[in-house]
Write a protein that binds this ligand. Structure first.
Ligand SMILES: [Zn+2]
Length: 302
């Protein structure tokens, strides 16, 4: 279907010919920095893999623009967006963050997963499946230890992109995506009567933050837990920055801020390492500009 080798331009053309939704990403320079040019301000977890253009979730791929950009800079990386494809199929992916044995609990419960289009990088893999027509898209979320389901509004960095660890991503099984087993599709689909996000509720017992601080923390955590996949790191960054301004202003206790932000981030399916890195970087920024509760009258009017 795809062929295993080829440079970025070859694969861009093959993805396009197959009717797959392509997202052009920043790449890595010779010295391993992100081509966005923000240097150390580019989150390490996003370096060389964040979209070049905003709005990629909503528009059709701008094929001519992407091709021109890739000809201009062969260092750009590529991602495939999941969900509805230009060819009419509906794709989801199992993002396995480690050895394939992480899939064992899923296989034990739903039976063997059919071989399908599979991308491997250094330590993990993406198994790409077609979602049968009668099922709703599941929510992007962690479904087993180390296994995330990526669905509509999800994407993954695709071959032949260069990984920060220095290797190129490859299709190790280059066939058409197989159909996701129905029992499994059924088990993970979004329930019809429940909102698509995990609502965040803070346990207020034992907090020593001020009432204003608590409300602000709860609001920020809710924003994080409701963020879509492509926006969750930016949302967490913004929320954590604001929360740590209030920590520095003594409205919120540090331990509570860290615990609740992390809990909200993990509820979205974000990986712990990435979430902790974002929170830590926002903490450094936010605590430099302390903020306190506005005067009471303003709070009431708002
Ligand atoms: Zn960057």
């Amino acid at each position: 279907m795809l062929g295993r080798e080829g440079d970025g331009l070859d694969l861009l053309e093959r993805y396009y010919a197959l009717g797959l939704a392509i997202v052009l990403l920043h790449g890595l320079t010779e010295t391993g920095e992100c081509t966005c040019g923000r240097g150390l301000d580019c989150q390490p977890s996003q370096s060389g893999k964040h979209p070049l253009w905003p709005g990629y979730l909503d528009g059709e791929p701008r094929w001519a623009d992407m091709r021109r950009e890739l000809v201009r800079s062969r260092r750009r990386n590529l991602a495939l967006r999941l969900g509805d494809q230009p060819n009419g199929s509906r794709l989801v992916a199992l993002d396995v963050d480690g050895h394939d044995s992480l899939l064992n609990p899923i296989v034990a419960r739903f039976g063997a997963l059919p071989p399908t289009l599979t991308e491997r990088s250094g330590r993990g893999a993406h198994w790409v499946y077609r979602l049968p027509a009668e099922f709703r898209y599941p929510v992007n979320s962690t479904i087993a230890l180390g296994v995330e389901i990526k669905s509509a509004r999800g994407k993954f960095t695709a071959p032949t992109s260069l990984h920060a660890a220095g290797h190129r991503r490859r299709w190790t099984i280059a066939v058409e995506p197989a159909e996701l087993p129905r029992a499994f599709a059924e088990a993970i689909q979004r329930p019809p009567d429940r909102p698509p996000t995990v609502l965040h509720r803070i346990d207020l017992s034992g907090l020593e933050s001020s009432a204003y601080g608590r409300r602000a923390l709860e609001d920020e955590c809710r924003a994080v837990s409701e963020a879509h996949e492509g926006e969750r790191n930016a949302t967490l960054n913004r929320a954590a920055f604001s929360v740590f301004q209030l920590v520095a202003g003594r409205e919120i206790r540090t331990a509570e801020a860290e615990r609740e932000l992390l809990r909200a981030a993990l509820a979205t399916g974000m990986r712990e390492r990435e979430a902790r890195a974002t929170i830590e970087s926002a903490r450094r920024g936010g605590t430099r500009t302390p903020r306190t509760a506005p005067p009471r009258a303003l709070v009431r009017r708002a």
